[in-house]
Structures are given as C-alpha cells and as structure tokens.
Design a protein around this ligand. Structure first.
Ligand code: UD1
Ligand code: CA
Length: 424
C-alpha cells in the first residue's frame, strides 16, 4: 500500500483568522478532511502523514479525533516544503513502497484524478511523477522546465525564475508520487540557496535526473482540482466550485434544480431523479432525498435527514436529524428536528418540534405516525408520540402523547364581546 504525506504546516496569514488554515470548512468539512478523504477513497493508500506546524496542537487534535489512518508529524520551524517532507523520514525508514505528496489546502482534488495519477506513475515505470497543469496565468506557481525532447528537467519557483522561465505556462500542481526508497536520499541533500532561503521539495526533480532516475510529469485535466486556498475569497470560490460540481452531478442524474446559483447541496446528500429543488435552498450534512420530492424555495436541510418519495418541504422550513415518510408535507415556516414522521402527514404552517430543553440540555424525539394532521402554529414538546391519524387543532401546545385518531385542542375558546370597541 501507498503512504501519503499531506503538507499542512504553513501559516495561512492571508486567511486573517484564528483558525488554522486547513481547519476552515466547506459544508462543515475541513479542507484537510477533503484531502484525506480523497486520498482514502482511492483505496490505494493505507496511511496518511499530515505535516503540522502553525497552531499544530489544534490540527493534531482534529486529525487524531477524526481520521484513524492519519498521523500528524510536527515540523518546527518550517523551513520549506522539502524540509516538511523530510520530517517523515524517521517513520518511513524501512519503507520500500510509493509515497504520494499533496497539500492540505486543496480540497477540490478528486479520488479519480489521484488514481489516474498513480496509474500513470505505474504505467511509465516512473521513479518520480509530478502533477503539472497548464495555466493561462501561471503567476506564483513553480514552472515546469522540460528538455528539448519533452522530458522533465526541473521545477523553478517563480521567485527564482528568469523572464523566459516566467513565460512558461506549465506549472507544478504540488502533487507528487515517488518511489520512496529511491528518492529518499534526496532529502538529506537539499540546499536552501534560493530566493526564499527554503528547502524546496521541487529540487528533488533535478536530483532524481542527476541520479538518472525516471522522472515524469502528468498533466492535470481539470485545473480546478488543485485550486489552493490562501484567503477567505479563495475559500468562497472553492465552496462555489465544489457546489457547482455537485449540482452538475445531480442535474445529470435527473434532479431538477431551478437555480443552480442559489442552491447549495453538500457532497454527502443523495437525491433521486425528478425531485425538484427550488431556488435558495441550503442542504448541508448527510441526507437521503427520494424521488418526486419538492424542496424549497428557501428551505434549510441541516443533515441526517431522510425524505422518502413525494415529500414536500416548503419555504422557511428547517429540517434536522429527521426521517419523513412518503407523501408528507411541511410546506411553510416550520422546524422539524429529532423527529420521525410517518406518511400522508400534514404539518401545518408554523409548527415547531420543541426538541431541546435548555434547562436540562437534553434533546428528545418527536414521533408522528401516519395520517396525522398538525394544525398551524403548534408546538410539539418532545419527548412525544402522536399516534396514527390524530389531529392537532391549530395553536396546539402538545406536551403529552396523543392516542390514535384523537383530536387534541389546547387553545382558549374564542370569545366575542360585541360592541366592546368604542367607535371614535
Ligand atoms: C509550492 C511549490 C510550487 C507549486 C505550488 C503549488 C515548492 C518549493 N514550491 O509553492 O512549485 O507550484 O506549491 O501550489 O514546493 N508547507 C509546510 N511546511 C513548510 C512550507 C510549506 O508544510 O515549511 C506546506 C504549506 O502549508 C502548504 C504547502 O506546503 O500547504 C505548500 O507550501 P507553499 O509555501 O504554499 O508553497 P508554494 O510557494 O505555493
Ligand atoms: Ca501555495
């Protein structure tokens, strides 16, 4: 199995944040989490080494609590990307296999691209493969220098490049695959005599050529995938790119999305064909939405939501940790949390599941069985079960279980005092 090294020790100054750069999130998943998951999904890697430095404790804690096959390695001080990789040497002393190196701030990288990249490394029997990309505006990236015969010569950083080299549009994408045993000695020989005074990882290419090892570059098809995040603007751009990729996927699968520009759908949401998503919906977390559902406009689905077929979730409805069976409607101004709702249920406008008791800090469940009708403006105080077919009169404050087919009314009777208002 392959090992991965994920570089995440850098400072991320431009984020202007107290949160370490790689712990910023898109759809509540961290940037480094996206990278680790893409690597894991290839099925080719059994262990990830995450290089940490700035605010190391926070990144370490996150990685240790969330990813079983990831280990953090401290780099302090941070003397460059080559120095960062060399921190792993003690852990991979006897390792003979391949290592892939990536950055922790490129959340758009996909498992398919990584697989293809590793396959190319195998097919070409490479000792070292670099991922490159063609950028119309290559500023700030390392440039790929090729020999006259097209073979890879070296990488020159922007700050070290001459005018001719700066004009090169093929850049270093920052992802590498190496035969560890053969390339490992390079890390003891890197020098920092360059414009930035750093130990450059990119210098291993020149080194490998000098050792007559097989070096290749593999050109990335979709430049978006190596989009790196250095600022909040980049974070917003990456979020939108990821979202648009997800939306395109759903559209291809037959989901109707009226306005892709205002619809947000998390990567872990499954939606079946012929469901319609109206504008301005935010669907976050892990959800399963059946077919022929109607969602929105202006709906908020917060995760752990299962909607069977033909469910309607209308405007200003928030749903969290809730299962809803087929042909049930919650069309207006409603909060459904920690609930289990049957089929053919109608949830009136303004219904709230009061699932949280702020005094005891306990969350409780609301169970609503098939064919129940809840009148408008009702508060369902959990824990609570409303049995099959029961009706709740409008403005019900329901604090006890309601038996099947009963009518529950809690409001004060209407009083009409005729002539009570004095005409002016
Ligand atoms: C690097 C490459 C450049 C490539 C670009 C792609 C080098 C010398 N240059 O440049 O050719 O085009 O990535 O994005 O490698 N990091 C550490 N420890 C360090 C320094 C950096 O962990 O001591 C991490 C950073 O957190 C970051 C990654 O390595 O995740 C890349 O570092 P950065 O300084 O951004 O490299 P670039 O200058 O962008
Ligand atoms: Ca960078």
């Amino acid at each position: 199995m392959i090992k991965s090294i994920i570089l995440a020790a850098g400072k991320g100054t431009r984020m202007k944040s107290e949160t370490p750069k790689v712990l910023h999130t898109i759809f509540d998943k961290t940037l480094v989490g996206y990278v680790i998951e893409a690597v894991n999904k290839t099925g080719l890697v059994d262990e990830n080494f995450v290089i940490v430095g700035h605010q190391a404790e926070r990144v370490e804690e996150f990685i240790n609590n969330n990813y079983d096959n990831a280990k953090t390695v401290l780099q302090s001080p941070q003397l460059g990307t080559g120095h960062a990789v060399s921190m792993v040497l003690p852990y991979l002393n006897d390792f003979e296999g391949e290592v892939i190196i990536l950055c922790g701030d490129t959340p758009l990288i996909t498992e398919q691209t990584l697989k293809e990249f590793i396959e190319t490394h195998h097919d070409k029997k490479s000792d070292l493969t670099v991922m490159s990309a063609i950028f119309e505006n290559p500023a700030n990236y390392g440039r790929i220098i090729r020999n006259n015969d097209g073979s890879l010569n070296s990488i020159v950083e922007e700050k070290d490049a001459n005018t001719e080299q700066k004009a090169i549009k093929e850049i270093n994408a920052g992802i590498y695959c190496l035969n560890w045993a053969k390339i490992k000695p390079a890390f003891g020989q890197l020098k920092s005599n360059n414009a930035q005074g750093e130990y450059y990882l990119t210098d291993i290419i020149k080194w490998a050529n000098e050792q007559k090892l097989k070096v290749n570059a593999h050109i990335l098809k979709n430049n978006e995938e190596i989009f790196g995040i250095n600022s909040k603007t980049h974070l917003a751009e990456a979020s939108r790119m990821l979202n648009q990729r997800i939306i395109r996927n759903h559209l291809d699968n037959g989901v109707t999305i009226i306005d892709p520009l205002t619809t947000w759908i998390s990567p872990e949401t499954e939606i079946e064909a012929d469901t319609v998503i109206y504008p301005s919906c935010y669907i976050n977390g892990k959800n399963k939405i059946g077919k022929n559902c109607k969602i929105g406009p202006f709906a908020h689905i917060r995760g752990d939501v299962v909607l069977e077929d033909n469910v309607k979730i209308g405007n200003f409805v928030e749903v969290k940790k809730t299962t809803i069976k087929s042909h049930t409607n919650a069309c207006h101004l409603t909060y459904l949390g920690d609930a289990e709702i049957g089929s053919n249920v109608n949830i009136g406008a303004g219904t709230i599941t009061a699932n949280y008791n702020p005094l005891t800090k306990v969350k409780s469940k609301t169970v609503i069985k098939d064919n129940v009708k809840i009148g408008s403006n009702s508060v369902l105080v959990a824990p609570l079960t409303i049995e099959e077919g029961a009706n709740i009169g409008a403005v019900g404050v329901i604090t006890k279980n309601i038996p099947a087919w009963a009518l529950a009314i809690t409001r004060a009777p209407l009083k009409i005092l005729e002539g009570w208002v004095k005409k002016g």
